[in-house]
Design a binder for this molecule. Structure first.
Ligand code: ADP
Ligand code: MG
Ligand code: MG
Length: 893
C-alpha cells in the first residue's frame, strides 16, 4: 500500500518531490540532530490524489491517526487536550518554494477549553489568548475564506481604542474580547461557528492547504516561474513552539550569507515576543540578527553554530526560520536560499575557493537567466541625480518608470506599454500581478526578507525596500520624501544595487559584465563578480560540446557577436539588407516587365549585397558565416495596400503611373496566408535570377576576401525547403554560379550549401534532403508555427494566455522548444539526416537557440551548434557548458 505520511525522522532532503522542500528539509534537520519540533509530513502524492479525484486517498485517515497518536505519545499530551493541549501548525510546502503562496495555520488545537489549559501551563494568560485569536484569524482567512481585512480591521480598532499602534500594548483581556469579535466575524461571514474540535480543525486545514495549490496566486506564481501545475503540495504537521511567550522568546529569519551580495556574515532579522509571520509582515520593527547576541547569547551562539553546520552540510547558502521559546532555540525551516543573480555567481566561486565544491558544480549552480540579468544596464555613475531616499538594496538592477501606487494601476499602465515603478508601504501576495507588470518595486517598510524583497529577487526584478524616508499614502496616491512630493505618474529611478531612489529619469550605462564580454574590461581588472563570471564562463566553454553562433545581419552585430564569444554566424538574414533606400530596387525588381528590366534591377542590387557580405565575412574571418537567401514574401517590400489605394484614388487622373502599377502589383501579390505562400525557396525557383544574384554576391565577396589575404567561410542556406527536388534546383543553380565566379576570379572558396529544416515535411524526409545538403539548420520558429499550425503573430496575443491557464502548455512553445512535438521532428531529422550523410553539420537558428531549456535539448539530440542573437551568446555558451556537465554527471552516476 502507498505510504502517504512520513514522520520527520523518516524523510531526507532528497525527497523533495514527495515531501516538498519544507518537509524534506525538516526531516534532514531532524536527522542531523538539530532541534526541530517533532511532526510529520503528508505527501504530495496524497495532494495529487485529492486534487484529481476530489477526495482524500483511502487509508490516509488511518495513517494520519497513527502518526498523530505517536506524536501525542511522544509529547505526553493530546491535540487540544483541555488541561494541557498539544498544539500544532499545518504548513504547506511544495517541491519549489513559493513564497507567500500557500498559507500556514498556527496554533491548531485551541478552543474555549484548551485556551484555559494553555494559560495555566504557560502561566501566561495574554499569550494563550493571543495565540487563540491568531488561530481564528489565520484559520478564518485561509481555511474558511473569510476576508482577512475584517480581522485586521477589528485588531486595528482595538488598538485604536487603546490609543496604541503596538500590539505589545494589548493585554489578555483585549485578546479575550478580540476572540469573541473574531468568532462573530466567522459566524457572520460563513454562517457557521468556528470549529472547536481540534481534529476537525486539523483536517480542514490539511484540505485547505491542498486546495491552496490551485489558488489564483499560486497559479500565477507557477506560471511566472515555470513551475509545472501538477506537482501538488505536501502538508507538514509540526508541533508548535512559541515565540510569543514573552520578551525571552521571539522569532526570526536568517541567511548564512547575504542573498544580495553573497558575502558571508550574520544576515537576518529577529523580533522578540512574536509568532510566525510577524517578522516578515512588518507589524513591528525587527532588530538585526546580530542584536540577538545581546538579547540571548546562548541561543545566538547555538544558532550560529547550526548555521555553519547547515552551510557545510548543504554546501550552499541556506535560509532559516527559527523561534526562541523561553531561551530554547528551535529550527522551523531551512532551504537552499534564493539569491540574486550576482550572488549566485559570487557564491559559486567562493565555495570553489573554500574547497566546498568543484568548478563543474559551480557552473551547474548558475543559470543562463541569471547571467542575462547581470547583463542589464546600470545607472550612470557620472549622471546628474536627485536622490530622494535610501532603502535596502533588496534586488539589484536599475529601473526607471512612472510611479503607481496599486497593482491595478501597474497592470493597466503596463498594458499601455508604459514602464512603471510599483510603490507600496509593503507588498502582499495580492500584489503579485503588479510586481510582474512593474519595472521595479519600492516599499517604505520591511527588510531584506520582506515579501517584496523575497518575491522580487525570485523574479529577478529590481527592488528597493524599507525606504523609511518615504511616506507612502496609497489611498491619496501620493508619496512624500522629505520635502519632495511624488504623485502618481511622476517618474522615479530606483537602484536595487545601492538601495538609492532618485527623482526623475537617471540615464543608464552598461553593466561591468557586459564590458567584460565586450573586452573593454579585462577580467583581472574587474570586481569579484566579473572575475566569478570569467572563471565560470571559461570552465563552461571548456566543457561545452555545442558551439555557439550568432544571428547577425551586419558587420557591427557580427563584431559584437564575436566579442561575446560567438564562433560563427548561424543566421545572416538577407532581407534586412533590402530595407530603407534599397526597398526601391526591390520594387523595381518586382515591377520589371521584361527580362532586361529584371536583370537591370538585379544588377543594381548585387554590388550592395556584395559589400554587405564582404563586411560580414571580414568581421567573421576564419569562422563560418551562414547566409540565408531571401525568405519573406516580396509584397513585404511593397507599400501598404490600403495606403496606396487611397493615394491613387485621391490623385484620380493625376495618379503617378508607377503608383498605379505598384497598386496593381500589390493587389496581385496579395496572399491569404503569406506565411504559407510565395516565400523562401519558392521565390528562388519562381523569380529567375534572384537567388543567383545573391549567391554571386556571396561568392564574389568571398573571393575579394581571399584577395585581401582573408579566410572567408561562407555557407549558403536555402530557406523553407519541403522536398529534396526544391533543394536540388536551388543547389544546382548555386553551384553553377560559384563555379562561374571561381573561374572569373581564379579563386575557389569552399562554400557549403545547406538548408533550413522548418517544415514538418522537411524533417520527415530529412534522409532524402541530406543527399543535397551539406548542413541542416533548424528554423525552430517556423517549425513551431508549421507543426502546431500556429501563426505566431496571431495566436500569441489572442489566446495563448487561455492556453496557459488551461495548462495546454506550461510555457509558450515559441519561448521554449516543445520537445514532444517539434522536438520529435528535430530528432527524426537529426537521425535520418546523419544516416544519409554522417558528417552532416547540424545547428539551430530559431530564437530557441538562446533559450536555456531548449539549449539543453539541442545538446541532448546532438546538434553541433546553436545560434542566437549576439546579446544572448554568453547565455547560450553558459547553458551549453551546463548541458555538457549535466549529461556527463548523469552518465557517471
Ligand atoms: P511559509 O512557507 O509561508 O514560510 P511556514 O509554514 O514556514 O510558511 O510558516 C509560517 C510562519 O509560521 C513561519 O514564520 C514559521 O516559522 C512559523 N511556524 C510554522 N510552524 C510553526 C511551529 N510549529 N511553531 C512555531 N512557529 C511556526
Ligand atoms: Mg517558512
Ligand atoms: Mg523561417
Amino acid at each position: 500500500m502507498t505510504k502517504f505520511v512520513y514522520d520527520f525522522t523518516e524523510g531526507n532532503k532528497n525527497l523533495k518531490d514527495l515531501l516538498g522542500g519544507k518537509g524534506a528539509n525538516l526531516s534532514e534537520m531532524t536527522n542531523l540532530g538539530l532541534p526541530v519540533p517533532p511532526g510529520f509530513t503528508i505527501t504530495t502524492e496524497a495532494c495529487r490524489h485529492y486534487l484529481t479525484e476530489g477526495e482524500l486517498p483511502g487509508g490516509l485517515d488511518t495513517e494520519i491517526d497513527a502518526h498523530l497518536d505517536a506524536l501525542e505519545e511522544a509529547m505526553g499530551k493530546r491535540l487540544g487536550q483541555a488541561d494541557d493541549p498539544l498544539l500544532i501548525s499545518v504548513r504547506s510546502g511544495a517541491k519549489y518554494s513559493m513564497p507567500g503562496m500557500m498559507d500556514t495555520v498556527l496554533n491548531i488545537g485551541l478552543n474555549d477549553q484548551s485556551v484555559e489549559g494553555l494559560t495555566k501551563q504557560a502561566g501566561n494568560e495574554r499569550f494563550a489568548w493571543d495565540s487563540y485569536r491568531r488561530l481564528i484569524q489565520m484559520f478564518g482567512k485561509t481555511v474558511l475564506d473569510v476576508d482577512g481585512d475584517l480581522f485586521e480591521e477589528a485588531l486595528d480598532e482595538l488598538k485604536h481604542a487603546k490609543s496604541t499602534t503596538n500590539d505589545l500594548d494589548l493585554e489578555a483581556a483585549d485578546f479575550r474580547a478580540l476572540v469573541e469579535t473574531y468568532k462573530g466575524i466567522v459566524r457572520e461571514q460563513t454562517g457557521r461557528d468556528f470549529p472547536s474540535n481540534p481534529r476537525e480543525q486539523m483536517d480542514l486545514a490539511v484540505k485547505a492547504v491542498f486546495d491552496s495549490w490551485n489558488s489564483d496566486r499560486a497559479i500565477l506564481y507557477r506560471r511566472q516561474e515555470r513551475i509545472p501545475t501538477d506537482l501538488g503540495t505536501a502538508v507538514n504537521i509540526c508541533t508548535m513552539v512559541f515565540g510569543n511567550l514573552g520578551m525571552d522568546s521571539g522569532t526570526g529569519v536568517a541567511f548564512t550569507r547575504d542573498p544580495a551580495s553573497g558575502h558571508q556574515g550574520i544576515y537576518g532579522d529577529y523580533l522578540q515576543n512574536a509568532q510566525g509571520e510577524d517578522v516578515v509582515a512588518g507589524i513591528r520593527n525587527t532588530v538585526a540578527l546580530a542584536d540577538l547576541e545581546g538579547i540571548d547569547k546562548t541561543s545566538y551562539d547555538q544558532l550560529l553554530t547550526i548555521m555553519e553546520r547547515l552551510e557545510n552540510h548543504y554546501r550552499d547558502l541556506c535560509d532559516i526560520e527559527f523561534t526562541v521559546e523561553r531561551g530554547k532555540l528551535w529550527m522551523l525551516q531551512t532551504r537552499v536560499g534564493k539569491r540574486t543573480a550576482g550572488a549566485a555567481f559570487r557564491i559559486a566561486i567562493q565555495l570553489v575557493d573554500q574547497g566546498m565544491i568543484e568548478l563543474d558544480e559551480a557552473v551547474d549552480r548558475v543559470t543562463g537567466d541569471q547571467l542575462a540579468q547581470l547583463m542589464f544596464p546600470r545607472f550612470d555613475d557620472g549622471a546628474d541625480k536627485k536622490q530622494i531616499a535610501k532603502g535596502m538594496n533588496a534586488s539589484p538592477g536599475a529601473a526607471v518608470g512612472k510611479v503607481v501606487f496599486s497593482s491595478e494601476a501597474a497592470v493597466a499602465a503596463a498594458a499601455r506599454g508604459e514602464h512603471v515603478i510599483l510603490v507600496r508601504r509593503e507588498t502582499t501576495p495580492d500584489d503579485l500581478t503588479g510586481m510582474i507588470a512593474a519595472q521595479g518595486i519600492l516599499t517604505s517598510r520591511g527588510g531584506k526578507t520582506s515579501h517584496a524583497a523575497v518575491v522580487a529577487r525570485g523574479m529577478g526584478k529590481t527592488c528597493v525596500c524599507g525606504a523609511e524616508d518615504i511616506e507612502v499614502d496609497v489611498k491619496g496616491r501620493v508619496a512624500q520624501a522629505g520635502d519632495v512630493t511624488v504623485n502618481e505618474g511622476d517618474i522615479i529611478s530606483i537602484d536595487g544595487t545601492s538601495g538609492l531612489v532618485y527623482l526623475g529619469e537617471v540615464p543608464v550605462s552598461s553593466s561591468p559584465v557586459v564590458q567584460y564580454f565586450e573586452g573593454t574590461l579585462k577580467a583581472e581588472d574587474g570586481d569579484e563578480l566579473v572575475q566569478a563570471v570569467h572563471r565560470i564562463m571559461t570552465h563552461a566553454d571548456a566543457a561545452a560540446r555545442l558551439t555557439v553562433r550568432a544571428n547577425a545581419d551586419n558587420p557591427e552585430d557580427s563584431a559584437r557577436a564575436r566579442r561575446f564569444g560567438a564562433t560563427g554566424i548561424g543566421l545572416c538574414r538577407t532581407e534586412h539588407m533590402f530595407l530603407g533606400e534599397r526597398r526601391q530596387l526591390i520594387e523595381d525588381l518586382i515591377l520589371a516587365e521584361s527580362t532586361a528590366e529584371r536583370i537591370a534591377a538585379l544588377e543594381a542590387l548585387k554590388p550592395m549585397q556584395r559589400e554587405d557580405f564582404h563586411g560580414i565575412l571580414k568581421e567573421m574571418d576564419g569562422q563560418p558565416v551562414t547566409v540565408r537567401l531571401i525568405d519573406p514574401p516580396l509584397h513585404e517590400f511593397l507599400p501598404d495596400f490600403t495606403e496606396l489605394s487611397v493615394k491613387v484614388a485621391l490623385a484620380g487622373d493625376d495618379a503617378d503611373p508607377k503608383d498605379r502599377k505598384l497598386l496593381e502589383c500589390v493587389h496581385r501579390l496579395h496572399e491569404q496566408n503569406p506565411m504559407l505562400g510565395l516565400r523562401g525557396v519558392r521565390l528562388g525557383l519562381v523569380i529567375p535570377g534572384l537567388f543567383a544574384m545573391q549567391v554571386r554576391a556571396i561568392a564574389e565577396a568571398a573571393a575579394d576576401r581571399v584577395g585581401e589575404g582573408g579566410d572567408p567561410r561562407p555557407e549558403i542556406m536555402i530557406p523553407l525547403v519541403g522536398s529534396i527536388q526544391e533543394l536540388e534546383h536551388a543547389r544546382d543553380e548555386a553551384l553553377q554560379v560559384i563555379a562561374d565566379v571561381a573561374q572569373e576570379t581564379g579563386v575557389s572558396v569552399t562554400t557549403l550549401i545547406g538548408t533550413m529544416i522548418e517544415l514538418p515535411r522537411a524533417a520527415l524526409t530529412a534522409g532524402q534532403i541530406a543527399e543535397a545538403a551539406d548542413f541542416f539548420s533548424f528554423g525552430t520558429n517556423d517549425l513551431t508555427q508549421t507543426t502546431w499550425g500556429f501563426s505566431r503573430d496571431d495566436v500569441e496575443a489572442s489566446f495563448f494566455s487561455r492556453y496557459l491557464d488551461l495548462g495546454i502548455f506550461g510555457v509558450s512553445p515559441f519561448e521554449t522548444l516543445d520537445r514532444e512535438g517539434v522536438g520529435r521532428l528535430v530528432r527524426i531529422a537529426v537521425e535520418e539526416g546523419r544516416k544519409t550523410r554522417p558528417g552532416l553539420k547540424l545547428g539551430v537558428c530559431g530564437e530557441h537557440g538562446g533559450d536555456p531549456d531548449s539549449v539543453h535539448f539541442f545538446h541532448e539530440v546532438g546538434l553541433d551548434y546553436v545560434s542566437c542573437s549576439p546579446f544572448r551568446v554568453p547565455v547560450a555558451r553558459l547553458e551549453a557548458g551546463r548541458a555538457a556537465i549535466e549529461t556527463a554527471g548523469s552518465d557517471s552516476r
